[in-house]
Design a protein around this ligand. Structure first.
Ligand code: MG
Length: 249
């Protein structure tokens, strides 16, 4: 069931979104070569708790950390580790969520560690832009898959692989609510969008094939061909006009 949020709920989700945007901003600034992914997670958790919020991901279906930290060919759900050190030239996808007064916000960014290749920069930028291409269609009266089609077509025009096994989602009192939001072209139009829906739109884009596999930890998703992957996500509010992006400052 897709829920329509009340004014009160929207106010809480706005606040949750702003705090998460601030978390990402602080995390991005702090990332330096030589840090372990465990340190990145601990810092993220500290920031979230300093706002009086709860990390959405910690213990979610057994996930053992607050921030998903995915390096290079890791697509999403990387588990932070003390022995995983980020190096100059790496790209790091940070996916974070928090709960404020019972409401979740969810957002992801891929960040560069020091100087990265031009190819990697382009992948990150196209992934980010694909979100904005998608949400051009995110308004009441349009259909959900208008968003999916726009994201997928944009990324494929660069020859990139659009991950199919993982999708965006509705969000609110629960981290994952209906509907599922694919990032590639769909045969059907999907549900009609209505004002008051809150959605986490999150393209996951690979430099090579769209195919992914899971590591033995049953969490970490990696590209099948070992190519780089980037992730960009925001929680948005559907309105009768332009969508409101809740997780940017
Ligand atoms: Mg998400």
């Amino acid at each position: 069931m897709v829920t329509i949020k009340s004014h009160r709920e929207i106010e809480l989700m706005r606040k949750a979104g702003k705090l998460l945007a601030q978390t990402h901003e602080e995390l991005e600034k702090a990332i330096k070569p030589g840090m372990s992914t465990w340190q990145i997670d601990k810092l993220g958790e500290e920031i979230i708790r300093s706002f009086g919020c709860i990390p959405s991901f910690l213990n979610y279906n057994g996930f053992p950390a607050s921030i998903c930290v995915s390096l290079n060919d890791e697509v999403v759900h990387g588990i932070p580790r003390k022995d995983c050190i980020v190096q100059e030239g790496d790209i790091v996808s940070l996916d974070a969520g928090l709960i404020y007064e019972g409401y979740h916000s969810d957002a992801a960014r891929t960040v560069a560690v020091g100087e990265i290749s031009d190819e990697a920069k382009k992948l990150i930028e196209v992934t980010r832009q694909s979100f904005f291409e998608g949400i051009k269609y995110a308004k009441a009266g349009n259909h959900l898959h208008d968003i999916s089609n726009a994201i997928g077509d944009y990324c494929e025009s660069f020859g990139y692989g659009v991950v199919r096994d993982l999708v965006g989602h509705g969000i609110g009192k629960n981290l994952h609510e209906d509907p599922q939001i694919p990032n590639f072209r769909q045969k059907r139009r999907g549900i009609k969008l209505q004002a008051g829906m809150t959605l986490a739109v999150e393209p996951m884009i690979n430099m090579g094939t769209y195919q992914v596999c899971w590591l033995d930890d049953d969490w970490t998703v990696v590209t099948e061909d070992g190519s780089l992957s980037a992730h960009y996500e925001n929680t948005i509010l559907i309105t009768d006009g332009e969508p409101e992006i809740l997780t940017i400052l």
